[in-house]
Design a protein around this ligand. Structure first.
Ligand SMILES: [Zn+2]
Length: 334
């Protein structure tokens, strides 16, 4: 299985480390074999790693690694649309919406189907973003700030399209004040009482999310699966890395139907359909509920585009402190 990187202007792969001369991925079984006769068992090694205990010892086997690499260049475009803001000053600042257009292509077959269709992940997000753009373009008056609608490529290959855009944006990086990312249109599973805004706790975008949720009647719930570290796993993180505050509004866990256990439905989807051919158009999807979720995403960006002040990282926030200085706009954290 290969990996992909975007190429910089001199043709060098970004985020590639030639110092790493060999690199091996092992299955559980393969790893157990490698650790047979070692001072610690594989289980002990994992337990120590979980406890953040550094470890290093000699294995009872040696290996020679011989790497043969073949490279090819492929092209895939990001698609960017711009709506000029209505305020003569604030129109030079941009709210950037993103949704990834790629998925996995051909993948291991399930029930005779070897195409990973990506209906929810992320045809739902891109179609939702297209409708959000349509709604913005239909406003009698555009919002004060300008809005970019960016359909990014290569998310599944490591956030490549968004990372490229964040390195070489079509407008100056410091004029990008926020990112609203859609990876899976929220609401498709069931009508929801709540939504979860990944990243809202890190910046003043939390206020915009709160205002948007209030207008539409959603409660805000905390991330129910923090162990999945979703905030750093989709395109919003490419912007965070360049110091731009971001949110990704995702499905709530409180279904309006008390008989539906939302978290159970989502966890079941993740283990049975996520990144498989079963993420297709035959699965149950509630489009009315997702339309309401799209309004939520519209309103989050609209709040940011209208606000007099620019989103800022919360004081002392990890992401703001670490990456804010890269941005050079107002969102510099501490
Ligand atoms: Zn996705």
């Amino acid at each position: 299985m290969g990996e992909m990187h975007w190429l910089d202007k001199s043709g060098v792969p970004h985020d590639f480390f030639p110092e790493l001369r060999g690199n091996v991925l092992l299955s559980q079984k393969g790893a157990e074999t490698l650790f047979a006769g070692a001072p610690k068992t594989l289980d002990q090694v994992f337990a120590a790693a979980k406890a953040s205990k550094p470890q290093g010892f000699t294995l009872s086997v040696t290996a020679r690694i011989h790497t043969v690499a073949a490279q090819s260049v492929i092209q895939s475009a990001n698609i960017v649309a711009e709506l000029k803001g209505s305020d003569p000053v604030l129109r030079d600042q941009y709210v950037v919406y993103t949704a990834h257009v790629d998925h996995l292509g051909i993948c291991p077959a399930v029930e005779g189907d070897n195409v990973c269709h990506g209906a929810m992940d992320n045809a739902s997000g891109t179609s939702s973003l297209l409708e959000i753009a349509h709604a913005y373009a239909s406003l009698p008056k555009p919002p004060r700030r300008s809005v970019l609608f960016v359909f990014v490529t290569g998310e599944e290959m490591g956030l490549l399209g968004s990372d490229y855009f964040a390195h070489f944006p079509s407008v100056p990086l410091k004029s990008i004040v926020a990112n609203v990312n859609i990876d899976g249109a929220p609401g498709l599973y069931y009508p929801m009482k709540d939504v979860i805004a990944l990243g809202a706790e890190h910046s003043t975008m939390g206020d915009d999310v709160t205002a948007a949720a209030r207008q539409i009647g959603y409660e805000l719930s905390p991330d129910p699966m923090p162990e999945e570290v979703m905030f750093i796993r989709s395109d919003q993180y490419s912007f965070v890395l360049q110091g731009v505050p971001a949110v990704d509004v995702t499905d709530g866990i409180k279904a309006t139907d008390p008989k539906v256990n939302g978290l159970e439905v989502i966890k079941k989807w993740l283990t049975t359909r996520y990144h498989t051919p079963l993420d297709n158009m035959d699965q149950p999807m509630d489009f009315d509920s997702a339309a309401k979720g799209a309004v939520m995403n519209f309103l989050v960006g609209y709040e940011v585009a209208e606000h007099s002040s620019v989103p800022a990282w919360n004081k002392g926030d990890f992401f703001g402190t670490t990456f804010g200085p890269r941005h050079g706009g107002n969102a510099t954290g501490e």
